[in-house]
Ligand binder design. Structure first.
Ligand code: ADP
Length: 486
C-alpha cells in the first residue's frame, strides 16, 4: 500500500505563489507519486485558490475554528495534484497576498490564521478524515510549524512528523498571551516546547516537536546550526542535529526546458547550444536596449532585490564589470534603494546595462537563455532555484559559496577544470572584492571558448529535476513511518 503523506503549506504553485516554497509544495507531491506515495496537500482557501477549483467536495466541517465556521474541501488541481483546502472565510477570504494587507504590513491575526491551518492538519493526522489517515505529516515553514506541536501534545497514536525549513529568516511568532487561544496547554510554554525568546515561536515549535527536520540543501543544514546562520535557532538545531538533513530542491523541467520553452526567440538543446544560444543573446540585447554585439560578455540577474541576495555588492562593483567590457541585464523587484540604484546605473551606462523592475516570468526565461553568465551573490541561500535554471539553460552560474549555491555549482578551479567537471564559478559570500574577482575570472574563461563551452555542457548535463530529491524525501518518509510502526 502506498505511504500516505499529508503535506501542509501556505502557498502552492500554480494556485498561489510568493516564493520558492510554492514551487516546492507544488512539485514535490507530483514527484513523490513515482515513489509510491499518496500525497494530499492542505492549503488555506484564499480567494485565488477557491476560484480555481472546479471539483471541490466538502469532506469535513468545523463549527468554530478560531472564531468562525469552516469547511474542508477535497479537490484536484492542475496535473492531478490532490488538495485539501481549508475554506475558512473569516481567516482567508481576503484580497491580495497570503500574509500581508494590500496597504502593507502583516495581517494582525496571522498567528490565528496559520495556527488554524496547523490545527486542522493535526486533526487530519489524528484521523478526522477516515478516508485519509496519513502516515506522515510534512509541515512546510513556520505557517505549518504548530502542526507537529499539536500532534505532540495530543498524545496517543499519530503520524510521523517532518518539518521542512525553506528559509530560516521567516519564523512566525506571537505573544505568550495567545497560548490558550491557540489551543496549546499551559505546560507547552517552556524552552522544551513552543516558548521562543519570551514569545511563542511557530517555526521553533515545529523544529522542537517534529520527528525529523529537513532543509533545502546539505550546506544550509550545516549553516543553520551555527550562531551566525541559525538566526536565533542555532542552539536548538544543534541539539537536533541527529534528525536534521538537507535535501536539494529541483526545478520543474516542463516549465524550464530550453528545447521547448515558448518564451525564447530560439529553442535549443545541448547539441545546438553553441550556435542557437547566440540568437537568444541578440534578442535579449535588443529587448533590453543593449548594444547588440556578440563580443560583449553579458551577465544576467533574476532576483528579489533584498539584502539576502547581496545585489548591493554587485551594484557597488558595476565599474569593475564595465571595465571587463561586459554588459549587465537585471530583472528584479524589492528594496526601493536597490531598484533606484540599478535604474541610475542603467541611465549612466546606456547600451551597457539593462534594468527591468518588476516580476516578469517571460523575461526571466529569456535572461536564462540569452545571458552568458548568471550572477547570484547571495549572503545566504537555503537552496536557490535560479542557479539551477541557469545550469539547465547553459548560462554559467557565478555564485556566492553559500547554502544550496555551494552544493549545486562546481567551481571552475584548476583541479575541476583539469578534470573537466566544472559547471560555474564560486566566490566567498558578502565580499565585493571576491565578487569582482569572480566576474573577472568568468570573463577570462568566457574568452576561452572551448573552456566556456565545456562549462555550459557540464551544467546542462547536471541533474536539476525532482527525481533525485523525491527519492530522498521518500526514503526519509519510509524510514520514519517504519520507525513509528516498529
Ligand atoms: P527566492 O525563493 O529566495 O526568491 P529562488 O532562487 O529560490 O529565490 O527562487 C526564485 C524564483 O523566482 C526563481 O524561479 C526565479 O526565476 C523567480 N524570480 C525571482 N525574481 C523574479 C522576477 N523579478 N521576475 C520573474 N521571476 C523571478
Amino acid at each position: 500500500m502506498p505511504l500516505r503523506v499529508l503535506s501542509v503549506a501556505s502557498e502552492l504553485y500554480p494556485l498561489i505563489k510568493t516564493g520558492g516554497l510554492a514551487d516546492v509544495a507544488g512539485a514535490l507531491p507530483l514527484a513523490l507519486r513515482h515513489e509510491d506515495m499518496d500525497v494530499r496537500t492542505l492549503i488555506p482557501g484564499y480567494p485565488a485558490v477557491l476560484h480555481r477549483l472546479d471539483d471541490a467536495q466538502p469532506v469535513h466541517s468545523f463549527d468554530n475554528l478560531f472564531g468562525g465556521q469552516a469547511r474542508l474541501l477535497a479537490a484536484t488541481a492542475a496535473m492531478g495534484l490532490e488538495l485539501l483546502v481549508l475554506d475558512a472565510p473569516h481567516l482567508f477570504d481576503r484580497p491580495g497576498n497570503p500574509y500581508r494587507r494590500e496597504s502593507g504590513g502583516d495581517w494582525p491575526d496571522n498567528p490565528q490564521r496559520f495556527a488554524a491551518l496547523s490545527r486542522v492538519a493535526a486533526d487530519i493526522g489524528l484521523g478526522a478524515l477516515p478516508s485519509f489517515v496519513p502516515d506522515i505529516l510534512h509541515a512546510h515553514d513556520w505557517q505549518a510549524g504548530l502542526a507537529p506541536a499539536y500532534l505532540h501534545y495530543a498524545g496517543g497514536p499519530r503520524p510521523g512528523t517532518v518539518m521542512t525549513v525553506h528559509n530560516l529568516a521567516f519564523q512566525g511568532g506571537c505573544p505568550p498571551s495567545l497560548l490558550g487561544e491557540l489551543g496549546l496547554p499551559p505546560h507547552a510554554y517552556a524552552i522544551d516546547g513552543v516558548e521562543y525568546y519570551g514569545g511563542i515561536g511557530f517555526l521553533k515549535a515545529g523544529l522542537w516537536a517534529a520527528d525529523r527536520i529537513t532543509t533545502v540543501s546539505p550546506s544550509y543544514a550545516l549553516e543553520i546550526q551555527t550562531d551566525a546562520g541559525g538566526m536565533g535557532l542555532g542552539g536548538l538545531l544543534r541539539t537536533r542535529a541527529g534528525v536534521l538533513s538537507g535535501i536539494i530542491n529541483g526545478i520543474d523541467e516542463d516549465v524550464w526546458n530550453p528545447a521547448t520553452d515558448p518564451h525564447l526567440a530560439a529553442t535549443y538543446t545541448p547539441a545546438t547550444c553553441a550556435t542557437t544560444r547566440a540568437v537568444n543573446k541578440v534578442a535579449l540585447q535588443q529587448r533590453q536596449g543593449l548594444e547588440v554585439d556578440p563580443r560583449r560578455m553579458l551577465f544576467g540577474v533574476v532576483s528579489r532585490l533584498e539584502w539576502q541576495k547581496g545585489l548591493d555588492l554587485l551594484l557597488d562593483r558595476i565599474p569593475a564589470l564595465l571595465e571587463l567590457r561586459a554588459q549587465l541585464v537585471l530583472l528584479g523587484a524589492g528594496d526601493p534603494g536597490l531598484q533606484a540604484g540599478f535604474l541610475a546605473a542603467q541611465q549612466a551606462n546606456p547600451g551597457r546595462i539593462g534594468v527591468t523592475i518588476g516580476y516578469d516570468e517571460s523575461l526571466a526565461h529569456q535572461i536564462q537563455a540569452g545571458s552568458d553568465a548568471l550572477v547570484v551573490p547571495s549572503r545566504f541561500e537555503p537552496c536557490g532555484l535560479t542557479q539551477l535554471c541557469a545550469l539547465h539553460y547553459g548560462a554559467v552560474p557565478v555564485v556566492a559559496r553559500a547554502g544550496g549555491l555551494a552544493d549545486t555549482v562546481i567551481d571552475a578551479n584548476e583541479a575541476s577544470l583539469a578534470a573537466g567537471v566544472a559547471t560555474g564559478l564560486q566566490f566567498q559570500p558578502d565580499s565585493g572584492d571576491q565578487l569582482a574577482a569572480a566576474l573577472g575570472r568568468a570573463a577570462a574563461l568566457w574568452h576561452d571558448r572551448p573552456a566556456w563551452q565545456r562549462l555550459q555542457q557540464n551544467g546542462m548535463a547536471a541533474p536539476v529535476g525532482w527525481t533525485g530529491p523525491a527519492r530522498h524525501y521518500a526514503a526519509l518518509f519510509r524510514a520514519l513511518a517504519e520507525e513509528r510502526r516498529g
